[in-house]
Design a protein around this ligand. Structure first.
Ligand code: MMA
Ligand code: CA
Length: 199
């Protein structure tokens, strides 16, 4: 069964990527449309505008949605705009922005800035950095204690991939960028880097 969280995640990726990938008209939609119930028939606990569906109809819709989502994932994978690692989906719009704008862009799309928590997630992000030949900001920032970096939620780093002799900014470079070899460097936050989000 599709959880609301998963549906939300998928819609986030789709809407984030739509401007870059949509070409031509969408294929005919085979999903049943939700018809509006007459006002007087609206029952308590029923969302107006949505038909009541039995289990069979529900299963059917879930199956169709799953099929359509797999197709979309296939297309996005082919176009190298999404990569997957351990349940997370990483996506890029191919555009660039500074750290704050990247955070905002990802949040608006229903995701967050790419934050590698292990080697395979780091590799999934690296895929875009290599493909676009552009560094990317990560969801890691210097804490109030200079040279001590942490995830944006304040939790300590459980995985690191610092470039040799980094971080070296000592309070002067509060953000973290990924180099084209996948290693990390602490860096000022205003650079124009590739936007990579996670969903
Ligand atoms: C050097 C090195 C890094 C620093 C950048 C800033 C090219 O790398 O000193 O630690 O972040 O310069 O431009
Ligand atoms: Ca540095």
């Amino acid at each position: 069964m599709l959880s609301p969280q998963l549906v939300h995640k998928i819609l986030g990726v789709v809407f984030f990527l739509l401007p870059c990938c949509v070409q031509g008209k969408p294929a005919g939609n085979s999903l049943p449309s939700f018809s509006r119930l007459p006002e007087e028939k609206v029952e308590e606990g029923v969302v107006p505008g949505f038909k009541l569906l039995d289990d069979k109809e529900m299963e059917d819709i879930v199956r169709q949605l799953n099929r359509q989502i797999s197709r979309l994932e296939g297309v996005f994978h082919l176009q190298h705009v999404i990569t997957a690692a351990g349940g997370k989906i990483f996506a890029t719009s191919g555009k660039r922005a500074d750290f704050q704008t990247t955070r905002k862009t990802c949040k608006k799309a229903g995701g967050s800035i790419a934050t590698p928590r292990n080697a395979s997630e780091n590799d999934a992000i690296l895929h875009f950095v290599k493909r676009f030949g552009t560094y990317a900001y990560l969801g890691i920032r210097e804490s109030l204690i200079p040279t001590k970096f942490q995830f944006l939620d304040g939790t300590p780093l459980s995985y690191t991939r610092w470039h040799s002799r980094e971080p070296a900014g000592r309070g002067e470079e509060e953000c973290v960028e990924m180099y084209t070899d996948g290693t990390w460097n602490d860096r000022k936050c205003y650079k124009n880097h590739l936007i990579v989000c996670q969903f």
